[in-house]
Design a protein around this ligand. Structure first.
Ligand SMILES: Nc1nc2c(ncn2[C@@H]2O[C@H](COP(=O)(O)OP(=O)(O)OP(=O)(O)O)[C@@H](O)[C@H]2O)c(=O)[nH]1
Ligand SMILES: [Mg+2]
Length: 193
């Protein structure tokens, strides 16, 4: 995929602010700090396009990015950040739900899981949602550089069992080691372009 254009469009706090529906959309979801914004930047090779942080809770709104005037990439707020007051978590949750339920142009959901952790309750809820509503999806295990290859393979198997899918379905990604980009682009392109 040649990225001619990757531009920030809007950070929406409510559905009214979502851009008008005129192209397919790929959304990135996962718990806070799993690496959604970093992965989005790495995919389009634009450091700093989506704001990242070592502290969880950086992305709080639904952020739209225009990719080649062809697709929108949507960086969603992370879930499950315990340090955020419940009322604020509920607000993010509401916005996420509004996005997921109302967005007719959502064509692909990329679900990110940290390879070092088993899926959380909220990860499993998101997984149930995409499978139940038959939303086209991909699952990516992030931060693959953080554990040795053998441990990664074992973690991948365990996570696959939990999700009741084949381990082959889980893609490895590391923005640090430049791993997984081509494979993920290929999978995205097959589904939406
Ligand atoms: N080692 C390693 N660190 C990573 C990788 N990807 C992201 N990180 C780090 O993980 C932290 C969180 O990254 P973000 O991309 O901001 O995570 P996020 O999922 O967008 O977080 P929220 O916006 O809070 O939901 C940052 O310190 C990143 O540098 C990776 O592949 N390897
Ligand atoms: Mg983020």
């Amino acid at each position: 995929m040649i990225i001619k254009k990757a531009e920030y469009v809007i950070s929406a706090a409510k559905p009214k602010q979502f851009p008008k529906i005129d192209r397919p959309e790929v959304a990135f979801a996962g718990r806070s700090n799993v690496g959604k914004s970093s992965l989005l930047n790495h995919l389009v090779q634009r450091k700093g396009l989506a704001k990242t942080s070592s502290k969880p809770g950086k992305t709080r709104l639904v952020n739209f990015f225009d990719i080649n005037d062809e697709i929108y990439f949507v960086d969603l707020p992370g879930y499950g950040y315990a340090k955020v007051p419940l009322t604020v978590q509920e607000e993010w949750g509401k916005l996420m739900h509004q996005y997921l339920e109302e967005r007719a142009s959502l064509e692909l959901m990329v679900l990110l899981l940290d390879c070092r952790h088993m899926p959380s309750k909220q990860d499993l809820m998101m997984w149930d949602w995409v499978t139940h509503f038959k939303v086209s999806h991909l699952v990516v295990l992030t931060k693959a550089d953080k554990i040795p290859k053998i441990k990664f393979a074992a973690a991948r198997k365990k996570i696959a069992v939990e999700l009741k899918i084949s381990p082959n379905y889980l893609m490895a990604y590391s923005t640090l080691k430049n791993q997984g980009r081509e494979e993920l682009w290929k999978a995205i392109s097959e589904r939406i372009l």
